[in-house]
Design a binder for this molecule. Structure first.
Ligand code: ACO
Ligand code: OAA
Length: 379
């Protein structure tokens, strides 16, 4: 096959037709199935959004009710997986644990033959319900605490907070986390979604494919940026220190976590929404000094790099919201994965409908053909 022009990082190259979400990066618009993200964040719930992403339409009241019930019934983890979570090293990163745990979940579940709609639906329910239980159960074990049984009557967000802390969450905490899950649920052909689709395109099962998504999401250039944003804000420490810290980054061409995006050239609409959630939490619980550091950093970075299209992305304010909810920093990316499981699974389903193995080309830059040199004749 003739070599074509290389597009580094496949930037802007369409990899599939998709009807799930839509971005206008210059206008700062994100839609799921035609609905604006700002409207979904206010009006919808994570369960309703997960249904919308998979089914293409908002559920009726009866559909939503039975979907919520089904999700509630799939939260208990199989005992080999619970043992594995218990035995993980206490200092393991939760994303590494999550990736291993999703593979282990797949090993405990019935096989999901490619193209089997009923089996795929079972995996969809299982993953949406079990991923939050995995994250919470691992957190309990690493703190030396017993896991908390799930409550099938609670929402995904409410039950996650219950399983994490042992306490029924306040209405505001549950609602804020629910909104954050809606905001993170899908985002067109991002790196982790593409990774999951590539794995699924080989007709691997959904659990293996979601493992691929979790691995890709963990990196600092993608979902892993959210915990690094908080680390940066904490290391800056005060509003007065922002300018010098940022100038140092600019001088050394450092990547400032939580800024920049492959598709948006303006502030990410989810960043606006997460910032509003943070402010709502501060109204209830009091503000956080690092929020002022974040505001100042946004101003300094946008003053300097805004003309290049560098603005806050989804990862910039999410950590401030999660830390106000009492969630440990290294659990921020796993929470992203809880939400993105909805989008990944919708994309796998779309991939199933019209599967074509992903197998891109390359531009070969190695040596030309040459004869083998026996070991005794090598210099
Ligand atoms: C959920 C998500 O995945 S959202 C993204 C989360 N990731 C981050 O927040 C990490 C920081 N951001 C980045 O690394 C990048 O902006 C990315 C990876 C998200 C997008 O990158 P790309 O579209 O590939 O742009 P690329 O990295 O080539 O940068 C283009 C230019 O902008 C600069 N730039 C991009 N992002 C940043 C940043 N966060 N801080 C400083 N400069 C930046 C680059 O240095 C480069 O400058 P140059 O042209 O002078 O060399
Ligand atoms: O779309 C991207 O490249 C990254 C992103 O913001 C996401 O996956 O939410």
């Amino acid at each position: 096959m003739a070599q074509k022009e290389l597009v580094p990082g496949l930037a802007g190259v369409p990899a599939a037709e998709s009807a799930i979400s839509y971005i206008d990066g210059a206008a700062g618009i994100l839609q799921y199935r035609g609905y604006r993200i700002e409207e979904l964040a206010v009006e919808s719930t994570f369960e309703e959004t997960a249904w919308l992403l998979m089914e293409g339409e908002l559920p009726t009241a009866a559909q939503l009710e039975s979907f919520r019930k089904e999700l509630g019934q799939h939260r208990e983890l199989p005992s080999p997986l619970v043992s594995m979570l218990h035995d993980m090293p206490k200092d393991a990163h939760p994303m590494a644990v999550l990736q291993a745990a999703v593979a282990a979940l797949g090993a405990c579940e019935p096989r999901v033959p490619f193209g089997d709609e009923a089996a795929f639906r079972g995996a969809w329910l299982r993953l949406l319900s079990a991923v939050p239980s995995i994250v919470a159960t691992h957190e309990r074990f690493r703190r030396g605490q017993d896991p908390i049984s799930p409550d099938p009557t609670l929402s995904t967000a409410g039950n996650f907070l219950l399983q994490l802390t042992g306490d029924r969450p306040s209405k505001i905490a549950e609602r804020i986390l629910d909104c954050a899950l809606v905001l993170h649920a899908d985002h067109t052909m991002n790196a982790s979604t593409f990774a999951a689709r590539v794995v699924y395109g080989t007709q691997a099962d959904p659990y293996a494919s979601i493992c691929g998504g979790v691995g890709a999401l963990s990196g600092p250039l993608h979902g892993g940026a959210n915990e690094r944003v908080l680390a940066s804000l904490q290391s800056i420490g005060s509003v007065e220190a922002v300018d010098a810290w940022a100038q140092d980054q600019f001088a050394n061409k450092g990547k400032i976590m939580g800024f920049g995006h492959r598709v948006y050239s303006v502030k990410d609409p989810r960043s606006h929404a997460l910032q509003s959630l943070a402010v709502k939490l501060f109204d209830e619980l009091g503000s956080t000094p690092i929020y002022d550091v974040a505001l100042k950093l946004e101003q300094v970075v946008v003053d300097r790099l805004g003309d290049k299209g560098i603005h806050p992305n989804v990862d910039f304010f999410s950590g401030i919201v999660y830390s106000k909810l009492g969630i440990p920093t290294d659990q921020f990316t796993p929470i992203f994965a809880i939400a993105r499981t909805a989008g990944w699974m919708a994309h796998l389903h779309e991939q199933m409908q019209d599967n074509k193995l992903y197998r891109p080309g390359q531009v070969y830059v190695g040596v030309a053909e040459r004869p083998y040199v026996p070991i005794g004749e090598r210099g």
